[in-house]
Design a protein around this ligand. Structure first.
Ligand SMILES: Cc1ncc(COP(=O)(O)O)c(C=O)c1O
Length: 283
């Protein structure tokens, strides 16, 4: 069964979804995006993703006249047309295609709107431990914008991968920001800590849900600056993202975390997260 994409107002076979080489997303990375997990045909926190999309669009002054109601309807249609199940729904909006390459975009250019899906692996719910490396955060200072201009993230993740690590945890000077594709959590003496959602990190939807369900379960969460020393002294560490949910960290470079196992708070949060998902899907 071939996949269906949405491009500029039309549903098309994924193989037929084509954009111009003059598209500003291609030429400048002048674009923003979202990734929404779909569990058993139900979008996970779609309004949160749409709110973040609106924030990203506003931050780059890109005007798109799609209201939330229309977005929700489009998401539902994408799920139906792709036969539901577990999917990862990708949305990208660029400042559109212009024949003359100019850093300044024209006000009358139609944005390019793309939605496409890929299968969402059910393995993400399996709590697989990962090894990480600590790297200097070489990215710009507007990491709260979910832009497709991801060269910094790509270079850092490649560096980590070539050294045999699944993810890089990033630091600005001595302060932890996030992973290249994830947010960072640590546990010390039963309290959960995570960096403040400022301009240096993307405020993850998974991060938000984890904070919410921890607090509902009376587990204390503190959002604050985390130093490299504090992270390396943590009892437990995990990374969060829509595509990996909760990934326990058992190693940062040569340092073994949580005795190389999955810590009790990490396991508890994983269990709460799965229960939260089950309530959403009614399963
Ligand atoms: C840089 C970065 N930080 C954090 C996240 C986690 O965000 P979310 O939980 O919304 O997937 C991502 C996800 O792609 C990311 O790319």
């Amino acid at each position: 069964m071939s996949q269906i994409s949405f491009l500029n107002g039309k549903f098309v076979a994924a193989s037929q979804a084509k954009v111009s080489v003059y598209d500003r997303g291609f030429l400048f990375g002048d674009a923003v995006y979202e990734v929404i997990p779909i569990y058993q045909s139900r979008p996970f926190r779609p309004q949160d993703h749409l709110d973040r999309l609106q924030n990203s669009l506003k931050a780059i002054a890109l005007k798109l006249d799609y209201c939330d109601k229309y977005w929700h309807a489009l998401i539902d249609q994408m799920i139906k047309k792709n036969n539901g199940g577990n999917l990862s729904l990708y949305i990208q909006i660029t400042r559109g295609s212009e024949i003359e390459r100019d850093h300044v975009g024209r006000a009358d250019t139609e944005p390019t709107v793309l939605m496409m899906v890929s299968p969402l692996s059910t393995e993400i719910a399996s709590l697989t431990p990962i090894k990480t490396t600590l790297l200097p955060d070489i990215r710009w200072k507007n990491c709260f914008i979910k832009t497709t201009a991801l060269l910094g993230n790509v270079m850092l993740k490649q560096q980590a991968s070539q050294a045999g690590y699944e993810e890089a945890i990033l630091r600005r000077e001595n302060i932890i920001s996030e992973g290249t594709t994830s947010n960072v959590f640590m546990v010390k003496n039963g309290i959960i800590y995570t960096p403040i959602a400022n301009q240096y990190i993307l405020a993850g939807i998974t991060r938000e849900v984890i904070i919410e369900i921890a607090e509902n379960a009376s587990i204390k969460v503190i959002q604050q600056n985390i130093t490299v020393e504090q992270l390396l002294d943590a009892d437990e560490i995990w990374l969060s993202s829509s595509s990996r949910e909760i990934s326990p960290v058992t190693q940062i470079d040569d340092k073994i975390v949580a005795k190389g196992t999955i810590g009790p708070v990490t396991a508890k949060m994983h269990q709460l997260f799965q229960a939260f998902k089950r309530r959403l899907t009614g399963s």
